[in-house]
Design a protein around this ligand. Sequence first.
Ligand code: NAD
Length: 250
Amino acid sequence: MKYTFTGETVLVSGAASGIGKATAHLLAANGLAVLVSDIQKDAVEKLAQEIKANGGRAVAHVGDVSRPEDSENAVDLAVREFGALHFAVNNAGVGDGNGPMGDINLEGWQRVIDINLNGVAYGLRFQIPAILAAGGGAIVNMSSILGIVGEQTAPAYTAAKHGVTGLTRATALEYSARGVRVNSIHPGYVDTPLLDVFDEQAHLELIKKHPIGRLGTADEIAHAIAFLLSDGASFITGASLLADGGYTAL
Ligand code: NAD
């Protein structure tokens, strides 16, 4: 499948695994130069090599999205290496094993909010000026079905992903007329290492919550992200795009 890009550049966070990795490969195959960023040094460097071996353009950045200075460095590196930044995918995230709210582990709460919500905010803070300087572009923020509906066993994750939904809307309101479209993507459960915490029985229970009869794949979410960045989505901003196999329609 082809998307309309003309040699622009994109920053993808959490690119070393799962959805971020699939997205980086797809965007590179469609002609974007990709700054792949992740906290996992070896894996993100290997990804950049793979993209280059496939004929794409990629530079690796090692950073932690919960540290604002790392997000700033990632943007600086993209501009330095590629000349400008046009697109960003704020995808890095972690799961939530912190228990129900009445006895939640508060360090765990802080970690999930720091990475899944603050990480997106820090990304936007430094990406937006660079994208404005490049003459405009688009951003996709990674939310979840749990940015639309709740999950009682994952209050920090649910709160962080709802936060991403609102942050996306507020940012889109400010920047859409200035040439930066900002949208959030809301996958159902997707078969990536993030789901390794679930045993086989829990996997089967998760599948039952998706009317389509299976979990999603990282490639399917990558295609939804590529569409939102592409010119095909030129009138779409401030939107929450569900890619959930019908989970929220139940
Ligand atoms: P994954 O674990 O395969 O990939 C997550 C990536 O983020 C990893 O490469 C990891 O190293 C990186 N990362 C984690 N903490 C980081 C940090 N502090 N700084 C920089 N990088 C960091 O998981 P995935 O399923 O591909 O998840 C990607 C995003 O999609 C997450 O935001 C997740 O919440 C979201 N999501 C996943 C699902 C799902 O079912 N897999 C569903 C909805 C939303």
